[in-house]
Ligand binder design. Structure first.
Ligand SMILES: CC(C)(COP(=O)(O)OP(=O)(O)OC[C@H]1O[C@@H](n2cnc3c(N)ncnc32)[C@H](O)[C@@H]1OP(=O)(O)O)[C@@H](O)C(=O)NCCC(=O)NCCS
Length: 176
């Protein structure tokens, strides 16, 4: 089985980050767990923005501190996915978006990577003091629902998010 690692975004992966972004934009894909990657095309600027949001002291006041990991396949150093872990919930996150967002690049889907990436990220959630995490998915997103269920997600409820006009299924994963 391929070995993959979670790692913080650094300059070393700038070209991969650019390619990841391009693939999502060309596929009109939802860039979940990518921070501001849709808005920020320059990878170095995006890395700096991600770094700023990962520390309480530098995180913009309206956001909660969040850690973003790249999921890198070791054999070819390809960027396979991104996962963002929010350290706490604000009102919006509690009601809709939860602690974790993630994506896998379109050309690497359906190979089990999302399930593995979420599994590999859960110990970090515990490390930062979370004893359970909430993850939500669009009620039509079969792959994301399966990713959550495969990692022990327990269904809580379905809520309607009025801005994006989508129904979101909310799940909790117990880390204790
Ligand atoms: C959701 C997403 C992360 C899944 O990534 P992935 O690497 O393809 O997922 P996996 O290969 O780990 O598959 C997880 C499960 O979904 C199934 N699956 C994968 N793609 C599927 C599809 N298009 N339709 C139905 N099921 C699918 C897999 O068979 C697997 O099911 P299993 O548990 O029965 O084996 C990816 O589709 C994505 O990035 N989507 C856009 C962003 C997004 O929706 N993020 C989630 C919101 S929080």
């Amino acid at each position: 089985m391929d070995e993959l690692i979670l790692t913080k975004p650094t300059e070393k992966y700038a070209a991969e980050i650019t390619a990841y972004r391009k693939e999502f934009i060309e596929a009109s894909g939802s860039m979940d767990g990518c921070g501001s990657l849709r808005r920020i095309a320059d990878p170095l600027e995006w890395i700096a923005d991600t770094e700023r949001k990962s520390k309480k002291e530098t995180c913009p006041k309206e956001l909660v501190t969040a850690t973003l990991f790249l999921y890198i396949r070791k054999s070819d150093e390809r960027l396979i996915g991104m996962i963002q872990i929010r350290h706490e919930l604000n009102d919006y996150l509690r009601e809709y978006a939860g602690h974790i967002g993630y994506s896998v690049r379109p050309s690497e889907r359906n190979k089990g990577y999302a399930k593995r990436m979420l599994k590999d990220a859960l110990p970090y959630c515990k490390e930062i003091g979370l004893d359970k995490v909430m993850i939500s998915c669009n009620d039509t997103n079969v792959a994301s629902r399966k990713t959550i269920l495969a990692n022990g997600g327990k269904y809580e409820s379905t809520v309607f998010e009025p801005e994006k006009k989508v129904s979101l299924e909310k799940y909790w994963i117990d880390l204790s």
